[in-house]
Design a protein around this ligand. Structure first.
Ligand SMILES: Cc1cc2nc3c(=O)[nH]c(=O)nc-3n(C[C@H](O)[C@H](O)[C@H](O)COP(=O)(O)OP(=O)(O)OC[C@H]3O[C@@H](n4cnc5c(N)ncnc54)[C@H](O)[C@@H]3O)c2cc1C
Ligand code: FES
Length: 258
């Protein structure tokens, strides 16, 4: 179930030059949201930009009736959103996505994220850490892009930060550190969100080593609710397609082609 609401922005924080965190107030959405779901945000009432913009839920606060999300300014839509202030109201549809992170049955979990793909992984780590041992691997381009280190370290037994150029944390791709740790002890499941090459590497490694894995795909979207067919991915198990917005965004790596 999802709703469309005019919601109030209750907090705003600039995490880096072009990365912002907003919290919105919605009892309905906060009460039903699950880790891995996303919101479709209408950034203003003008004709342009017409389409809502998909942004993942970063944190669900059921006590305060708030949802937080974090976004990087990319183009016109996110630029307008970044100029919003506490007290402003925006139209939000959500929470969206039937495919959420199914973590409940796993006791030893590896989480891997890259770039803006780390945002939906925080709520997963926060909830899963209550009953499971969490190891988190976060990869960034360089030191200037590193965010949320403290937040993830509080919900992870072990946190590995990597940068592609070695300017912060460990040098190289996060996936290499995950692979090295898995050789010592396999996790029950790997959860991933980030750039496509990283997701493909996770998929190949998980399948080769017989480890369960779930990935959150961030396809370009139109409607966000399964109507425009803009976000189709090939179904691996049946003829036809699944839609990232409706059936995902989180999929088992054995269920879709990407
Ligand atoms: C399910 C889902 C969850 C997402 N969660 C987040 C999030 O938590 N935080 C966040 O910062 N971003 C997230 N994104 C990406 C975000 O939706 C886009 O960056 C945003 O829509 C760009 O809008 P814009 O008007 O600013 O830019 P546009 O003018 O629409 O595009 C500017 C640039 O961004 C690229 N772009 C647009 N959409 C995407 C996309 N889906 N994936 C990759 N590149 C894109 C375009 O190719 C173009 O180069 C998510 C996307 C999806 C599908
Ligand atoms: S975005 Fe329209 S069907 Fe998924």
């Amino acid at each position: 179930m999802s709703v469309v609401e005019q919601v109030k922005i209750v907090t705003k924080e600039q995490l880096k030059n072009d990365i912002f965190k907003l919290a919105i107030e919605s009892e309905k959405m906060a009460s039903i949201a699950l880790p891995g779901q996303f919101l479709e945000i209408r950034v203003n009432d003008d004709i342009e930009p017409f389409l809502r913009r998909p942004i993942s839920i970063y944190k669900i606060d059921k006590e305060k009736n708030e949802l937080e999300f974090i976004f990087q300014v990319k183009g016109k839509g996110t630029e307008i959103l970044a100029k919003k202030n506490v007290g402003d109201r925006i139209s939000v549809m959500g929470p969206l996505g039937k495919g959420t992170f199914a973590f409940e049955k796993y006791k030893k979990i590896s989480i891997i994220g890259g770039g803006i793909g780390i945002f939906p992984l925080y709520e997963l780590a926060r909830q899963a850490s209550k009953n499971a041992e969490i190891t988190t691997y976060l990869g960034f381009r360089n030191k200037d892009f590193v965010v949320l280190e403290d937040e993830f370290s509080k919900v992870s037994g072990k946190l590995v930060i990597t940068t592609d150029d070695g300017t912060y944390g460990k040098n190289g791709f996060a996936i290499n550190y995950l692979k090295a740790d898995c050789e010592k002890e396999k996790p029950d499941c790997i959860f991933a969100c980030g750039p496509l090459p990283m997701l493909k590497a996770v998929r190949d490694f998980a399948i080769e080593n017989n480890i369960s894995a779930q990935v959150s795909l961030e396809e370009r979207m139109g409607c966000g609710i399964g109507i425009c067919l803009g976000c189709a991915v090939k179904d691996k198990k049946a003829d036809g397609y699944k839609h990232v917005c409706k059936d995902g965004p989180v999929f088992n790596v054995n269920d879709v082609e990407f």
